[in-house]
Design a protein around this ligand. Structure first.
Ligand code: HMH
Length: 216
């Protein structure tokens, strides 16, 4: 109880795993300017495929939301994805990257996880916890590259601003409040399952960054 919600307690409890996902060498390389551009290119094409799979997942949350204000928030997330898809296409053409690539193993596994969470029988609190975690890892990672003293290369600033900007941060805080409110009234089983899903997301995100750094 008190001021802090369940999700904040989990972030603290799983701090090493959380930092592995949000302060990954791929992100630190962007922040200090040492990133290998071929890793960024790999990430861009793979993340486009991930975002395609993210659409049906977030649509499943729209179907499960019953509170009017939750529907509005999730709908806003879907609207933002529409813009995001256009951005990926524009960015890919800027870099001369094909988005018609084969999904790598870490991506396939993450997408399969999203598909399983989009099933109708998955509890709303569990799925909302996943959405909060997925979006928050990207916000925490890319906003880190915008902090003072960063040497983020100019050509990567757009990507960092996309997920690192203050509005996206506000969206993440809104998702956190929704997740916390849901968890407050969920059964012990649902709360445990949600915590497991949070841990899964952190591991999948770490694997996704690792995949981007590895040369196949
Ligand atoms: C792998 N995680 C991954 N890709 C994304 N675009 C996000 C989270 C945030 O939407």
């Amino acid at each position: 109880g008190g001021e802090r919600g369940t999700t904040a307690r989990w972030v603290e409890k799983h701090r090493p795993l959380y930092l592995q996902a949000t302060r990954h060498p791929f992100i630190c390389g962007i922040k200090d300017g040492s990133v290998n551009i071929s890793a960024f290119r790999r990430w861009l094409a793979q993340d486009y495929l991930f975002v395609r799979e993210f659409i049906p997942f977030i649509a499943s949350l729209l179907l499960k939301a019953s509170k009017e204000s939750d529907v509005d928030v999730v709908l806003g997330g879907i609207a933002a994805l529409n813009d995001e898809i256009s951005w990926f296409r524009k960015e890919a053409s800027k870099w001369g990257i094909s988005l018609n690539v084969v999904p790598q193993m870490a991506n396939l596994e993450y997408c399969r996880f999203l598909q399983s969470l989009a099933l109708p029988d998955v509890n709303y609190s569990v799925a909302m916890t996943a959405l909060w975690a997925i979006e928050t890892v990207y916000h925490e990672s890319f906003s880190f590259c915008l902090e003072g003293g960063s040497k983020t290369p100019d050509e990567l600033m757009e990507a960092c601003c996309r997920w690192g900007n203050a509005d996206f941060g506000q969206y993440c805080r809104t998702l956190r409040k929704i997740a916390d409110r849901c968890l407050e009234t969920s059964s012990g089983d649902v709360v445990s399952e949600s915590e497991e899903i949070f841990i899964c997301v952190l591991n999948f995100e770490n694997d996704f960054w690792n995949m981007s750094l590895s040369e196949l």
